[in-house]
Design a protein around this ligand. Structure first.
Ligand code: HEC
Ligand code: HEC
Ligand code: HEC
Ligand code: HEC
Ligand code: HEC
Ligand code: HEC
Ligand code: HEC
Ligand code: HEC
Length: 405
């Protein structure tokens, strides 16, 4: 009898497990079908989120040209005699970007094409824009003439929302609410009941994918959409891996990443974050960034510049504390020194966005001066200690002293 009960218990347990396991693995939210309605519609009920989002650069993607007045958005100096500037403002139908660089598009037929010069915001200069190192510039996938590189294939999926590859018209020329929440017509019809993706309710893996769709360099798998430079068909909630093969460290310096995996380019936040223990500990991009705006640069939830963001989890007496009494214990710089800022050592500027090096790494690993010696990867120490006698070898020795003193 006992044995029978035991067996039943055992089986009952197995049956329970077989029911539970798929539940645990199933995504709590299903992909939502429906149509795109546009951010303004969402704003009718979610004012706070709408106005917050408006303060982010996601809401200022592809813009019509405004030359004068308070809304002026052309940053480039079109009166310049720079030889790289080979077109005039009259050629420009659309502009992209404002933070570090601005590019200019001309409409030909029903597609847009990027004109061959870009304006770098910080250095206030024109530089030629003629991509040579992206995968799609290899072979004759897209010839080098600017007017043979349509943005519908090369850019739009990441710079607009709901881009229709047949009509070449997006629902919106922005990274809008629906880029991250999926098309919202059913949600709106039902007056806000369900039918919308909330990324925080997805598994952390799928939640991060919502940002990876644009912030993780790579290329599509072989097949129907292999000549697009963006993940055609992906919607929030989907398994991004079905749409994208992301660039991984190879042990050699490649276009996207340094040999040891750190950011060599902009928009590799996903490629690098995925290497961090924080990723495997289920942090998400939006643990640190609030896509509906914040008062800090890059809409971080707390300031990344004065350490308050990092110290909210790594401060004294927290589970992941990096010091017991004083920050200097960890940083070996005075607590109020710029040399005590987490992000300068743990996410130094190692990648090229407009100029080299102006894009921050997102693997959060301390980048050792040894990486510089081996591969040329910039390291935090020498980004500040730039005197010629302060070589990577010098910095490496200092770090060794800290570790073994
Ligand atoms: C870049 C991606 C992104 C964009 C753009 C975006 N959101 Fe979100 N939204 C998120 C993420 C991620 C969350 C979950 C945040 C969290 O709770 O940590 C979220 C949460 C929300 C929530 C639920 C909040 C709660 O606490 O229940 C609402 C409502 C919302 N967003 C509305 C909007 C609206 C309206 C817009 C456009 C005006 C918008 N979002 C634009 C990513 C985005
Ligand atoms: C007619 C009003 C209305 C419109 C329009 C509307 N919403 Fe909502 N939304 C709501 C209501 C009501 C809720 C539920 C709030 C609650 O009870 O938490 C909600 C909830 C949400 C949530 C949280 C869902 C969750 O599971 O946590 C998100 C995200 C969201 N809306 C995004 C959007 C987006 C994106 C749009 C535009 C496509 C939009 N909403 C348009 C009324 C609206
Ligand atoms: C559909 C594509 C797309 C999605 C989805 C997307 N982004 Fe972005 N993101 C962009 C583009 C394009 C820019 C460049 C904006 C600019 O500089 O004009 C950008 C810029 C940013 C910036 C820098 C803006 C600044 O003000 O410094 C942050 C931070 C950011 N994204 C975080 C996120 C996070 C977090 C998510 C996911 C919740 C996300 N993004 C989802 C395309 C996207
Ligand atoms: C796979 C997605 C993706 C594709 C494809 C893509 N971008 Fe971007 N782009 C981004 C993201 C994400 C950012 C911002 C993040 C960063 O810079 O690190 C960005 C940033 C930019 C910026 C800088 C914005 C600023 O304010 O400094 C410009 C300009 C730009 N992209 C133009 C283009 C053009 C032109 C194309 C096509 C030739 C293109 N992008 C293709 C995702 C993409
Ligand atoms: C929401 C909490 C949270 C925030 C905010 C946070 N961390 Fe972490 N961090 C963690 C957790 C959890 C771990 C994993 C600890 C472990 O596994 O030992 C971790 C691990 C790390 C590690 C060691 C793992 C590795 O991959 O090298 C570094 C370095 C780190 N964090 C730096 C930072 C920096 C820099 C910031 C600010 C930009 C920051 N963290 C913000 C929670 C956080
Ligand atoms: C002056 C440079 C510097 C600054 C500033 C700095 N760190 Fe570090 N951090 C290091 C070094 C060096 C290590 C040791 C790396 C190793 O052992 O490979 C380290 C290790 C860590 C680790 C443990 C990594 C692991 O592998 O377990 C965490 C977590 C961390 N730092 C978080 C922070 C936080 C949070 C801040 C800001 C309060 C910060 N650090 C500021 C240089 C710095
Ligand atoms: C542990 C916190 C943390 C996480 C997780 C995180 N970021 Fe960041 N991110 C930061 C901080 C801090 C900055 C610098 C903010 C500043 O300059 O004020 C930053 C900057 C950025 C920028 C501006 C890029 C640049 O080169 O200046 C972008 C874009 C961005 N993050 C996107 C993302 C995306 C996408 C993810 C997920 C793949 C992500 N972040 C995950 C903390 C984080
Ligand atoms: C964000 C800038 C910054 C970063 C990153 C930084 N430092 Fe410093 N460092 C300073 C400043 C400023 C001082 C001047 C004294 C002070 O404020 O503590 C200094 C002082 C020093 C000193 C003592 C004075 C000297 O020049 O001999 C040493 C040694 C040192 N840093 C080593 C390092 C090492 C090693 C790293 C990388 C792990 C590093 N620093 C990262 C800014 C930085």
């Amino acid at each position: 009898m006992r044995i029978i009960i035991l067996i039943c218990r055992q089986f009952g347990f197995l049956i329970l497990l077989s029911v539970l396991i798929p539940c645990i693995h199933a995504e709590p939210q299903k992909k939502n079908s429906g149509k795109y309605v546009g951010s303004e519609k969402c704003g009718e009920c979610h004012h706070h989120y709408y106005h917050g989002w408006k303060t982010t650069l996601h809401s200022r993607q592809e813009q019509e040209v405004i030359i004068e007045g308070p809304d002026k958005n052309v940053l480039g100096d079109f009166s310049s005699k720079d030889p790289d500037l080979t077109f005039t403002l009259d050629d420009v139908d659309l502009l992209v970007g404002s933070r570090l660089k601005q590019r200019y598009a001309k409409k030909i037929g029903n597609d847009y094409y990027m004109l061959p010069a870009q304006w770098n915001v910080k250095t206030k200069e024109w530089v030629a824009y003629n991509p040579k190192n992206d995968w799609w510039t290899k072979g004759d996938i897209y010839p080098k003439e600017w007017n043979r590189r349509p943005t519908s294939k090369l850019c739009e999926g990441c710079h607009t929302t709901g881009f229709n590859i047949e009509t070449k018209i997006p629902s919106e020329r922005n990274i809008s609410c629906e880029s991250c929440h999926g098309p919202g017509s059913l949600h709106v019809e039902k007056k806000g009941e369900g039918h919308i993706i909330n990324p925080v309710k997805l598994s952390s893996e799928r939640g991060n994918m919502v940002c990876f769709q644009c912030h993780m360099s790579g290329r599509p798998p072989e097949g129907e959409f292999e000549k697009y430079a963006w993940p055609v068909g992906y919607k929030p909630g989907d398994d991004f891996n079905k749409y994208w093969v992301y660039a991984r460290p190879t042990g050699e310096n490649i276009y996207e990443l340094w040999a040891d995996g750190f950011a060599h380019k902009n928009r590799v936040q996903g490629n690098t974050f995925i290497q961090s223990k924080m990723y495997s500990n289920r942090l998400r991009c939006f643990t640190c960034h609030d896509p509906h705006g914040s008062r800090y640069s890059s809409f971080t939830v707390k300031s990344g510049k004065n350490n308050s963001l990092c110290l909210s989890c790594h401060g004294e007496n927290s589970p992941h504390a990096v010091f017991k009494i004083n920050l200097s214990e960890h940083t070996h710089h005075k607590a109020d020194s710029s040399g005590s800022r987490c992000i300068e050592c743990h996410m130094p500027k190692t990648g090229k966005n407009a100029v080299r090096w102006d894009a921050r790494d997102h693997s959060f690993t301390f980048i050792s001066p040894l990486s510089t010696i081996r591969f040329g990867t910039p390291n935090g120490c020498n980004n500040c200690h730039t005197h010629t006698d302060k070589t990577p070898e010098w910095a490496f020795n200092e770090v060794i002293k800290w570790k073994f003193d």
